[in-house]
Design a protein around this ligand. Structure first.
Ligand SMILES: [Zn+2]
Length: 115
């Protein structure tokens, strides 16, 4: 019996001020997982999660191979994101906060040394 999976957390929408300061929220890439049977040379998918691909794997084993594990079967998952891809959503926020700090520094400089 398969356990029901936990529902995905609800992401809050970013407000207009949040979008102005931090940029638009990043769009999540759809994950596509595939199951490939090495004996039948057949691929199934895309599945939305690795668990869903495993369910396909179990179904295929019982349907085509009487429950046995065929040689060369594998679940193909997308590559994990690189560091640059992980930093991309906060790049805009970093640049805007740096610009805001620069403007505040100019105001402080003018207040201290300006006429
Ligand atoms: Zn097969």
């Amino acid at each position: 019996m398969k356990q029901p999976s936990r529902p995905a957390p609800v992401r809050k929408q970013r407000s207009r001020l949040g979008c102005l300061l931090l940029g638009n929220p990043p769009k999540a890439k759809p994950e596509e997982h595939y199951y490939r049977c090495g004996v039948c040379k057949t691929s199934y998918g895309p599945a939305r999660s690795r668990d869903e691909a495993r369910d396909i794997q179990i179904w295929h084993r019982s349907d085509a191979h009487r429950g046995g594990a065929p040689d060369g079967e594998k679940i193909i998952s997308p590559e994990p994101p690189t560091t640059a891809e992980l930093m991309e959503p906060i790049k805009t926020a970093f640049v805007r906060c740096g610009l805001a700090l620069f403007i505040v520094a100019i105001f402080i400089y003018n207040a201290a040394y300006g006429g």
